[in-house]
Design a protein around this ligand. Structure first.
Ligand code: DQA
Length: 143
């Protein structure tokens, strides 16, 4: 089973960026932990601050991988182009957020990409990614 994690803008600064909201650990150290939790799953990781690069990665993996876990960061709330990219591929996508976007500013309450995704997991810190892997595993097991 192959899963691609895609993190969008500003998520390269996890650990440094607003630690009160996003925690103080780096994503790369969490990623090692996540891979240890799921030795049977091949987990690839990609981060970009650029909308077009995120779309290119969705296209690249969207016909061969079993699942995509996408934290589109602020593009979640603005990007019709990422919504279209998710609609264009075959691989199921889970929308993920570290913070509970619904408990934050109003502009974060709306997701332009959620309707194209299989589901949304938000608000559990980095554990949102583990929950997404679990969700993909049980979804794919039922196919
Ligand atoms: C985020 C929430 C977004 O609103 C924000 O723009 C981010 C991170 C999260 O993981 O909680 O960059 O996607």
């Amino acid at each position: 089973m192959k899963i691609q994690i895609i993190n969008g803008p500003n998520l390269n600064l996890l650990g440094i960026r607003e630690p009160g909201v996003y925690g103080s650990s780096s994503f790369l150290s969490y990623l090692e932990e996540l891979k240890r939790m799921f030795p049977e799953v091949e987990i690839d990781y990609y981060q970009s601050n650029t909308e077009g690069e995120i779309i290119n990665k969705i296209h690249e993996k969207g016909f061969s991988y079993d699942g995509i876990i996408l934290n589109a960061g602020a593009y979640t709330h603005t990007s019709v182009a990422i919504y279209d990219a998710i609609k264009a591929i075959q691989t199921p996508v889970i929308e993920v957020h570290i913070s509970n976007v619904h408990a934050r500013e109003e502009f974060r309450h709306r997701s332009l990409i959620a309707a194209a995704c299989k589901g949304v997991i938000a608000g559990f810190g980095f554990d949102s990614y583990r929950l997404s892997v679990e969700a993909l595993k049980s979804m794919i097991g039922k196919l």
